[in-house]
Design a protein around this ligand. Structure first.
Ligand code: DQA
Length: 146
């Protein structure tokens, strides 16, 4: 199984960025932990701060993999272009957030992407990524797919 994890703006600063909200681990430090949790899954990682680059990457990988875990950061709340892109892909996309966006400012309560995604996982810290991969793995062998 091939899964792509794609992180958006400012997530390259995990570990030092608002650690009281996002924790003290960089994504690079967490990635081996995530990979170890799924020895049978090939997990690719990409991060960009640029909206168009995220769209290019989604288009590149979104027709030839089993799923995408997308934390689009603040673009979650603003980007119709990312929502359109997700709708165009054949791979299922799970939207993830490290923080519980519903406990935060009202403008973070709305996602333009959620309706285009298979589901949303928010609020479990970095474990949100593991839960997202778990859901994609379960989905790939659900009775509907067999
Ligand atoms: C975030 C939540 C967003 O509102 C914020 O803009 C981020 C990170 C999260 O993972 O909790 O950059 O997506």
């Amino acid at each position: 199984m091939k899964i792509h994890v794609i992180n958006g703006p400012n997530l390259n600063l995990l570990g030092t960025r608002e650690p009281q909200i996002y924790g003290r681990s960089s994504f690079e430090a967490y990635l081996p932990v995530l990979r170890a949790a799924f020895p049978d899954v090939d997990i690719d990682y990409y991060q960009s701060n640029v909206e168009g680059e995220l769209i290019n990457r989604l288009q590149e990988v979104g027709f030839g993999c089993d799923g995408i875990v997308l934390n689009a950061g603040a673009y979650t709340h603003t980007s119709l272009a990312l929502a359109d892109c997700i709708r165009a892909l054949s791979a299922p996309v799970v939207e993830v957030h490290i923080s519980n966006v519903y406990q935060r400012e009202a403008l973070r309560h709305h996602s333009l992407l959620a309706a285009a995604c298979k589901g949303v996982i928010a609020g479990f810290g970095l474990d949100s990524y593991r839960l997202a991969i778990e859901s994609l793995r379960a989905g790939s062998c659900s009775p509907a797919r067999l």
